[in-house]
Design a protein around this ligand. Structure first.
Ligand SMILES: [Zn+2]
Ligand SMILES: [Zn+2]
Length: 693
């Protein structure tokens, strides 16, 4: 019998096995090739994961493959090995990881070239400026040569411009290299403005010089255009990769990664699944950022953990960087799994922005508030405007108002499909659900009693309106997820160029930007950030506030950071005053058995029928309890938002000790859920989320 006759195939489905197929006479397939096959009467493109298989299924039940997709590149063994690692860790199927790694691609070819051309032009423009500004002849000459080279179309990796490292940066670099030699993942804890990026670029340069590739991960690319430019200055051939890029662009990057001897990719978490070869270094910048965790669909992976798995598979060194590392990583450094390198000296900025916490309850009592603003903050904005400086205001809720209420019957308008209040958006006036996207016209009348509806609270839109009324001469812009994507870059550029005085926005405005004219940053209603019902709420708030504070006062001037809150004594603010809250937070986690001292597996049960959601989630929890350590299973319980898009939601939380049994326990959870789904014919209702964000 021909050895190639039976193969196993990974299908892009949630299947816990890899089905067998027969290879017809005259056809030839190899490991990693893509084949068209039928499964449950539908056609799929699968990956050959095993040739010469000995089927355990009856031979007459085994279908032949339809065809071999000869035009597609073969998938490497290391890639498949990574999928298996991810599937095992995140309790999903290998097929689900394959589907994430190879989404079906649509082809739009010109865009790639347009983007590259745009970047090249921008780079030339910056060089021309540098030539004009250069003080020394040699420097000017160097820029000139570089420009001529670009104009001749000659670019090679690593031929760009580098800043020499300071002594402090060099010392950190040594520490990182020492950690790498010891075979450890390194955590670079560097305050904002300490020049972490220069260290990343230097390490990238060295790795590329060794002939090995570099993967540089960032949480979100749209907000990292400035970084993209900086990396492109050093490495003109850098390739940008993220899931919103066109299919053609992504395939282009994948082809280069597969074939070029050494590449540099700047990308978001999905870049982890490129067909990496010969990877020498993985950088995970802003490692604490929650955007690194994929919520949905499976694989619900975290880029930090997956980068470490990829590093092991590729023999690559892994560097995590942050100004506010996650407790997870700090703990890993404490137990010696990571090496921590500190970079405390600021290279580009002055001191931390001064902190002013404004008690909005007390201010209101003494008539110190005007709408959403305290008079104290308004005075600072006025001063900043007068001095020609810039301000960014953070309000964590987009919309005009987070809710509307009837003034006669008190009824709060809710989404017909979710258990949440509808937000009011103006221009045009609509009520919108931020969970399911439901949207309806708004006529300001109560549908129950005909009474008048009134807006509750203030979102970014209303803040913008209030501010425009107070400072009619100021140039004000807003940036949140209601901003059309095509306008984002323009708004950021206008602010960077000083054409806007005040920028208002959601969490987006705290990330990645470097504005030299920014001297005041302020949080309106910090309470919505502090009051999240999650054991990570404090950690997240500290990270967000520190990151935001780091945006101001760059380039020498000391900035000001104002926080308006109803809870000025909240211990999160102690951390901003310089207290080391990490130890306290870690102690708290240890005491209550939360991560990083345990691992959480969250089961999410969804059902359009509320009674069935209650009943079956309770049944599932009962099945799980006996197979897991005592006390590991909590729930089921209804989360704060317990109905989304017609689905009732119940959570079961499993907290597992981080011991030798961990993998076995996780597998027991997966097996139990899978058996339950089959027994109750309940497939598709249960989601497993490992290390939920
Ligand atoms: Zn009413
Ligand atoms: Zn809804």
């Amino acid at each position: 019998m021909d050895e190639n006759r039976y193969i196993q195939v990974i299908l892009p489905l949630r299947l816990d096995w890899e089905p067998y197929y027969r290879v017809p006479e005259g056809m030839d397939v190899a490991m990693g090739e893509r084949v068209k096959v039928l499964f449950a009467r539908r056609e799929y493109s699968g990956v050959v994961s095993c040739t010469g298989a000995v089927p355990t299924t009856a031979p007459d039940k085994i279908l032949p493959i339809q065809s071999v997709e000869s035009g597609l590149p073969r998938i490497g063994e290391k890639e498949i090995a990574l999928w298996r690692d991810v599937a095992k860790y995140y309790l999903c199927s290998v097929g689900e990881v394959y589907k994430a790694a190879y989404p079906s691609l649509k082809i739009q070819s010109e865009e790639t070239q347009a983007r590259t051309r745009e970047r090249l032009e921008a780079r030339k423009e910056r060089l021309r400026e540098k030539i004009l500004r250069a003080r020394r002849d040699e420097t000017r000459q160097r820029y000139r040569e570089e420009l001529e080279q670009l104009e001749r179309g000659e670019t090679t990796v690593g031929n760009g411009s580098f800043h020499p490292l300071s002594d402090t940066q060099n010392k950190a670099l040594e520490g990182i290299l020492k950690g790498f030699s010891a075979g450890k993942t390194v955590l670079l804890n560097g305050v904002t403005g300490s020049g972490k990026t220069e260290i990343y670029l230097e390490l990238a340069r060295r790795t590329l010089a060794e002939g090995r590739s570099v993967l540089y991960l960032v949480p979100e690319i749209a907000l990292s255009r400035q970084l993209e430019m900086r990396v492109a200055d050093a490495f003109p051939d850098v390739m940008v990769y993220h899931s919103a890029e066109s299919g053609a662009r992504r395939r282009d990057v994948a082809d280069k990664v597969r074939s070029a001897p050494a590449t540099l990719v700047l990308g978001t978490r999905s870049a982890l699944f490129l067909p990496h070869r010969n990877l020498g270094l993985i950088i995970v910048d802003e490692e604490h950022d929650t955007s690194y965790k994929q919520d949905s669909p499976a694989p619900r992976y975290h880029a930090r953990e997956t980068a470490i798995m990829l590093g092991i598979r590729q023999g690559a060194r892994v560097l995590l960087g942050s100004a506010t590392p996650s407790l997870e990583s700090l703990y890993n450094a404490e137990i010696g799994r990571f090496v921590k390198v500190d970079l405390k000296e600021r290279f580009y900025t002055g001191d931390d922005a001064a902190l002013m916490v404004v008690d909005t309850v007390a201010e209101r009592r003494k008539n110190g508030m005007a709408g959403s603003f305290s008079l104290k903050l308004l005075a600072e904005i006025r001063r900043t405007l007068d001095e020609g400086g810039q301000t960014i205001l953070l309000r964590a809720r987009r919309s005009y108002a987070p809710a509307v209420q009837c003034t006669s019957c008190g009824h709060i308008r809710k989404c017909p499909h979710c258990n949440v209040s509808l937000s009011l958006h103006r221009h045009p006036d609509r009520l919108v659900c931020h969970y399911c996207g439901h949207s309806e016209p708004y006529d300001a009348l109560c549908p129950d009693c005909g009474g008048a509806l009134t807006a509750l609270g203030a979102g970014t839109q209303k803040i913008e309106e209030e501010l425009a009324a107070i400072f009619p001469e100021a140039r004000i812009a807003r940036l949140d997820s209601d901003t059309p994507e095509k306008d984002e870059a323009g708004i950021i550029r206008a602010f960077a160029d000083g054409e806007t005085d005040i920028l208002i926005g959601t969490q987006m405005v705290t990330k990645g930007f470097d504005f030299s004219g920014l001297s005041l940053v302020a949080v309106i209603q910090a309470d919505s950030i502090l009051s999240l019902h999650d054991f990570r709420a404090d950690e997240r708030a500290i990270q967000l506030f520190e990151q935001f504070r780091g945006r101001s006062g760059r380039r020498g001037k000391k900035g000001l950071f104002v926080i308006q809150t109803r809870e000025p004594d909240h211990h999160v603010f102690a951390s901003l005053e310089g207290a080391d809250e990490c130890e306290r937070l870690l102690d708290e986690r240890r005491q209550f058995g939360y991560p990083p001292f345990t691992r959480i597996v969250q089961l999410i049960v969804k059902d359009p029928n509320e009674k069935r959601a209650d009943f079956l989630s309770a049944q599932l929890a009962e099945k799980l309890r006996p197979v897991l350590p005592q006390g590991a299973v909590t729930g089921p319980y209804a989360p704060a938002v317990d109905r989304i898009a017609e689905q009732y939601i119940r959570h079961i939380r499993i907290m597992l000790p981080r011991d030798r049994q961990l993998t076995a326990h996780k597998e027991a959870v997966a097996a139990c859920v899978s058996a339950f789904e089959k027994e109750r014919k309940y497939t598709g209702h249960i989601v497993l989320d490992v290390d939920p964000a």
